[in-house]
Design a protein around this ligand. Structure first.
Ligand SMILES: Nc1ncnc2c1ncn2[C@@H]1O[C@H](COP(=O)(O)OP(=O)(O)OP(=O)(O)O)[C@@H](O)[C@H]1O
Ligand SMILES: [Mg+2]
Length: 169
């Protein structure tokens, strides 16, 4: 089992956003969470990656309980999150954004190889590698956000609204 959520409940102050959420993801599997605006999809992903600590329930990743752990530790264990609205570092270069995705790694040769790999997936990022990320189009920023997540060499990647091309409000 790659990931399991067991009866998760998360809230923002007094506002209960999700409750009774359970799901499992096996290795090699692609799972999708569907729901209307405000249903709690983003909250589920933030709870998995440790940005929000749940009130109840547990998150188990590769057999280890990661509930409410420090998000940086969760990334280090192989779980990357591409946030809703991308949240690239607008004033950093495209290349530096990608290197930020690898900041928990210390295998410099591996990082350099993975940089080539993501440039292979998205050649526009190589062309723009020295430009500020904020100058990319919305869809190009999404390519960057996905590539930044891949630079951590994750075992599991969480994508929040990956097809959204326009600038997020
Ligand atoms: N920072 C916040 N503070 C207070 N309430 C919040 C916050 N973020 C989300 N909520 C509330 O939590 C609930 C779930 O929101 P969430 O963002 O998880 O939904 P979503 O399914 O991702 O929606 P969308 O499809 O619009 O992205 C909503 O009622 C929302 O208003
Ligand atoms: Mg959302």
């Amino acid at each position: 089992m790659m990931l399991s959520l067991n009866n998760i409940e998360s809230a923002y102050g007094p506002i209960k956003a999700i409750r009774g959420v359970s799901l499992t993801v096996q290795q090699g599997e692609i799972s999708t969470v569907l729901g209307s605006n405000g249903a709690g999809k983003t909250t589920i992903l933030k709870t998995i990656s440790g940005i929000i600590d749940p009130r109840k329930g547990s998150v188990v990743f590769k057999g280890l309980d990661i509930t409410a752990q420090d998000p940086a530790l969760i990334v280090q264990q192989g779980l990357s999150h591409v946030p809703e609205g991308r949240e690239v570092f607008a004033l950093l270069s495209v290349r530096d954004n990608l290197l930020m995705g690898a900041y928990t790694r210390n295998d410099r040769d591996g990082v350099a190889r993975d940089l080539e790999t993501v440039f292979g997936y998205f050649p526009i990022l190589r062309e723009r590698s020295h430009q500020d990320a904020g100058l990319l189009s919305g869809g190009q920023q999404q390519m960057l956000a996905i590539s930044r997540a891949l630079m951590a060499r994750p075992d599991l990647i969480l994508l929040d609204e990956p097809s959204l091309g326009q600038t997020h409000p």
